[in-house]
Design a protein around this ligand. Structure first.
Ligand SMILES: [Zn+2]
Length: 361
C-alpha cells in the first residue's frame, strides 16, 4: 500500500519541546479555539452508522483524531470536554513510561539502552501519575480508545521482533501495574499501535503486535487519503501525505511534527501559534473536502499531547474537531469502531472502495 518513507525524528527537538510544554500548557491551558464551540448533539443517533451499507450507499465520512503520548492533564481536560460537546470520539496512543513515576524509572529498559532511560522522561511525581490515571479512566468511560505509543519514544528502525515484543510486554506490564493504582483501562482492549517517529521495520513490528493480540497500526504513510488495508493480519491505517498551501503546496504527512518541520523546520517560535494553526486547519479542511467528495476513506488527524510552536497544532486539531464532527454524514470515532464497520461490510464493497483513487488535495 502507500509509499513508506523514513522519518527523521529529532530527539533533541522533542526534549526541548517537552521542557517548554509544561510551561506553555500553563499559559494556554484556558485559551479556546477561535470559533465558538458547537452545541451538544443528541447521542441517541450516535451509532446509527454502525451497519452494512445499502446497495449504492456511500460510506460515512469517518474522521479519526489521534493523539500520541497522552500524558498531559490540561490537554486531556480540554479534549474530553470538547469531544463530549462535539459528539466525537478519538484515540489516544499512550506512552507507557507516563504510567511510571520518575522514581520507578528503573522498571523500564528500552531495547539497546540501559535501564531507567527514556527519550521523553517519565511520568513525573506519584501525584502526577495518579492524575493521569484519573484522566485515562475518564477517557475510557467516554468511549475514547487507548492504543500504545510504546514506551520511551525511541526512533527504532533497527529493532527486531523480539525487541518490539519486549517493548510491548513492558507497556502492558505498566498498564496492568497501574491497574493496582486504580487504572480502569482494560489492557485486553488495547488493540492498536503508533510507532514513535513512525519508524520501525514493519515486518518485525507486525509479528510482535500479532503475538500480543494487537489488530491495527497507524504508522505508515500513504500518498493521499486511502482506505485501510490488512498486512500480515494487521489493519494498517496509513497517515496521508497531502499538499500544504502554506509551504508552496509541498506534500506533507498529516502529523503535527511533520507539519511543523515543513513550516519552519521545527523551530519553537511561539509567536507563530496562530499562523501555524491557520495553515494546519487549511490542510485539514482541504483533506476533508477531498475525501468527502472522493473515496470517503477515513481521514486521520495525527497529533501529540504537546504544545509545539505555542500550541498551534493543538489549536488546529481542536478547532477542526469542533467544526467537522457535527457535520452531516461525518463520524468522528475510534480505529476499532472503523474496523468493526469495515468488517460489517460486504467484502466486495470494501474492495471497491479500496480501488478508488486516493483522495488528494
Ligand atoms: Zn510520538
Amino acid at each position: 500500500m502507500g509509499a513508506r518513507r523514513a522519518r527523521n525524528w529529532r530527539p533533541i527537538t522533542l526534549g526541548a519541546a517537552l521542557i517548554v510544554t509544561f510551561v506553555v500548557l500553563l499559559v494556554i491551558g484556558t485559551q479556546k479555539p477561535e470559533d465558538s464551540r458547537p452545541a451538544p448533539v443528541a447521542s441517541a443517533t450516535a451509532q446509527d452508522w454502525m451497519r452494512k451499507l445499502a446497495p449504492g450507499e456511500r460510506p460515512p465520512q469517518f474522521v479519526l483524531f489521534s493523539f500520541d503520548g497522552a500524558g498531559a492533564h490540561d490537554q486531556w481536560q480540554r479534549l474530553l470536554d470538547l469531544a463530549g460537546r462535539s459528539n466525537a470520539k478519538f484515540t489516544a496512543f499512550l506512552s507507557g513510561v507516563y504510567l511510571l513515576a520518575d522514581d520507578q524509572r528503573k522498571q523500564y529498559t528500552a531495547p539497546g539502552h540501559p535501564a531507567g532511560q527514556s527519550s521523553i522522561s517519565f511520568g513525573g511525581s506519584p501525584d502526577q501519575v495518579r492524575t493521569r490515571i484519573a484522566d485515562l479512566n475518564a477517557a475510557a468511560k467516554a468511549g475514547i480508545e487507548i492504543g500504545t505509543h510504546y514506551n520511551g519514544h525511541y526512533c527504532s528502525q533497527r529493532w527486531t521482533t523480539q525487541q518490539w515484543q519486549s517493548e510491548l510486554q513492558q507497556f502492558f506490564q505498566f498498564v496492568d501495574q497501574a491497574g493496582v493504582q486504580g487504572l480502569k483501562v482494560d489492557s485486553a482492549a488495547i488493540k492498536g499501535s503508533r510507532l514513535p517517529c513512525l519508524e520501525g521495520k514493519f515486518d518485525a513490528v507486525f509479528d510482535a503486535m500479532k503475538s500480543r493480540g494487537l489488530t491495527y497500526d497507524s504508522s505508515q504513510v500513504s500518498d493521499g487519503v486511502l482506505w485501510p488495508a490488512k498486512e500480515k493480519d494487521i489493519w494498517e491505517f496509513a497517515l496521508p501525505m497531502v499538499r500544504m498551501p502554506a509551504v508552496n503546496n509541498k506534500k506533507v504527512t498529516m502529523v503535527d511534527y511533520q507539519i511543523w518541520d515543513a513550516l519552519n523546520r521545527s523551530k519553537d517560535d511561539k509567536t507563530k501559534r496562530d499562523e501555524f494553526a491557520r495553515a494546519t486547519l487549511e490542510v485539514y479542511r482541504a483533506a476533508y473536502d477531498a475525501t468527502l467528495r472522493g473515496n470517503r476513506a477515513p481521514l486521520l488527524i495525527g497529533n501529540h499531547f504537546l504544545d509545539w510552536a505555542g500550541g498551534g497544532f493543538g489549536v488546529a486539531a481542536e478547532q477542526f474537531m469542533a467544526e467537522v464532527c457535527v457535520k452531516p454524514e461525518t463520524v468522528c470515532t475510534t480505529f476499532s469502531d472503523v474496523i468493526r464497520w469495515m468488517e460489517a461490510q460486504d467484502p466486495a464493497v470494501l474492495e471497491q472502495l479500496r480501488k478508488l483513487p486516493a483522495a488528494q488535495t
